[in-house]
Design a protein around this ligand. Structure first.
Ligand code: G4P
Length: 525
């Protein structure tokens, strides 16, 4: 293998998907600790609490002490270069969260052991399914009482339609949590009792019938483990092909806050998770080891420095090597651009990239013309597919507070919408502009940016709208819809037709009424 293909093979680019409070922040912190990227536990958390706000650039972010925009964290672990893309999850949930998943090669699903699959996990998994992304599962909080591990796996299989294959198995839980059994390496990893001094100690135990096990964890749990492992023997084994097509998920158990089971997870994750994968374009599939550079923009972050209205476009490299000062073709605009100052992301610091490889994320400063979904190449005319917009779930009517500024308002809303900060819809009938988003904080971000960057003051008012779909189909049917349902129809910035109604039920009903039309929850950008 050449040095180039070696670099590709050692990359792992992934994101964590979870429902708020399942433990994503805690586990991120532990992963970074293992990667030597942060020295002190609590650093990631502190960032969220607004104490060390290195990525909290926007005013609203600072005011709320949380990080609105997801970041990229890169670290070395064993011989791998790991790129962990953050998926904002609490109030900072937005389209970015979903779109990050278009830029990864695998995902780590973190579940609260007591709760199993929750609403947000479900919707993030729906997005993973758009590209059959391989998913590894970590069941967290085993130090608390939760679902029996078999029940948890049933819950995952039923809610997500994905087969579970445990690679570690818990020994007890809650107050009686004694550790995990590593089913691959046949090792017991002790959690407690700390009093016996075995915490995190790893003991190889090829024969589960060994009396040693009874001595360590008590006969009750030792027998339970033996029974469980026998039952597990009847399950299908781990199948890399089924994993790679998103049909099977390896499952790990542990307690992130106690940093327990996380190293086992990371070690096996590194082995199992795929290196950078081939990507589809409208004309051909691009292989990562092709010489020509290609990449696509999956996120735009504004106001990294509030003093300058700057922006950073986050580019996922899909093939070729990035080198400083190289020239790239901005395919949509048919323009060449010299890139002198791309940034890479080493956990805490942004550093100017000398070189970067497929799987890596680079940040391009102030290339105002770049939009989400844009393709960059070393000359070839390509357009990557699979970078969708997602139907918003929250809506506000835009009210201009200074009537003389209506042009600036439209310009601002259009540009911010193109950046992916929220979605701007114009009605076919009437003059009420509607702003759609997935996270409520997006409205604050838009209001603050309209005021700071476009000098427009606008208020966002509640509207009785809750669900949107893009509509496509034969012209005559679309005309019929436009005649009969005009007041529910809007166009987005790219002039796509959207149906927006007061409830999920109403959009589903409309879809039934117009069977020749397609109602889409996602739309290719
Ligand atoms: P999130 O990013 O997915 O929203 O979750 P986060 O890591 O912030 O964790 C949510 C809460 O769950 C935190 O408690 C965290 O300490 C706790 N937690 C994470 N992993 C475990 C675990 O393995 N066991 C137990 N028992 N708790 C865990 P909090 O009270 O909200 O915050 P804090 O006061 O602990 O900082």
């Amino acid at each position: 293998m050449s040095a180039f293909t070696d670099e590709i093979a050692r990359r792992r680019t992934f994101a964590i998907i979870s429902h708020p409070d399942a433990g994503k922040t805690t586990i991120t912190e532990k992963l970074l600790l293992f990667g030597g990227a942060i020295q002190m536990a609590g650093a990631v958390k502190a960032k969220r609490d607004g104490k060390a706000a290195t990525s909290d650039f926007l005013e609203v972010e600072q005011a709320r002490g949380i990080s609105v925009s997801s970041a990229v964290m890169s670290f070395e672990y064993r011989d791998c270069a790991v790129n962990l893309l953050d998926t904002p999850g609490h109030a900072d949930f937005s389209e970015d969260t979903y779109r990050v998943l278009t830029a990864v090669d695998s995902a780590l699903m973190v579940l609260d052991n007591a709760k199993g699959v929750e609403a947000r996990t479900q919707s993030l998994m729906d997005v993973c399914r758009l590209r059959d992304t391989p998913v590894v599962t970590f069941s967290n909080k085993l130090d608390r009482e939760g679902l029996d591990p078999f029940e948890l796996m049933d819950n995952v299989e039923e809610s997500l339609g994905i087969q579970c294959v445990p690679l570690t198995w818990p020994i007890g839980m809650g107050k009686r949590f004694e550790g995990i059994y590593d089913l691959v390496n046949k090792r017991v990893v002790f959690y407690e009792p700390a009093a016996k001094g075995r915490r995190n100690e790893v003991v190889t135990l090829t024969d589960l019938n060994s009396k040693d096990l009874d001595g360590w964890v008590g006969t009750l749990l030792a027998n339970k483990l033996r029974e469980d492992v026998e039952l597990l023997g009847a399950l299908d084994p781990f199948n890399p092909e089924l994993f790679m097509t998103g049909q099977q998920t390896p499952v790990f158990f542990g307690s992130a806050v106690n940093n327990f089971g996380v190293r086992e997870l990371l070690d096996q994750f590194i082995d199992i998770a795929p290196p950078p994968q081939a990507r589809a374009t409208t004309t051909r599939t691009v292989q990562p080891d092709e010489e020509g550079f290609t990449g696509f923009v999956f996120k735009i972050q504004a106001n990294l420095d509030p003093k300058h209205h700057d922006r950073m476009a986050f580019v996922r490299i899909t093939s070729g090597k990035y080198e400083r000062k190289m020239k790239m073709q901005h395919v949509r605009k048919g323009k060449e651009m010299a890139v002198n100052n791309a940034t890479t992301f080493l956990a805490r610091d942004r550093v100017v990239a000398e070189e970067a490889y497929p799987g890596d994320i680079i940040g391009l400063h102030n290339h105002g013309g770049l939009k989400i979904g844009d393709t960059l190449t070393t000359g070839e005319d390509l357009k990557f597919t699979g970078i969708p917009a997602f139907a918003p779930e929250l809506f506000r009517r835009v009210r201009l507070l200074d009537p003389l500024k209506s042009k600036a308002l439209v310009k601002g809303l259009e540009q911010l919408s193109e950046e992916g900060a929220a979605q701007f819809f114009r009605p076919l009938e009437g003059s009420d502009y509607i702003l759609g988003a997935l996270g409520v904080l997006q409205f604050d971000v838009i209001a603050s940016r309209l005021e700071n960057e476009y000098k427009v003051r606008a208020a966002f008012e509640s509207v009785p709208l809750q669900a949107a779909r893009w509509v496509t189909g034969p012209g005559a049917e679309l005309e019929k819809l436009k005649t009969e349902q005009k007041r529910r129809l809007y166009t987005d910035v790219a002039d796509n037709l959207a149906y927006i109604a007061q409830s999920e039920w109403a959009v589903n009903y409309a879809a039934e009424q117009y069977p020749k039309l397609s109602f889409h929850k996602t739309m290719e950008i």
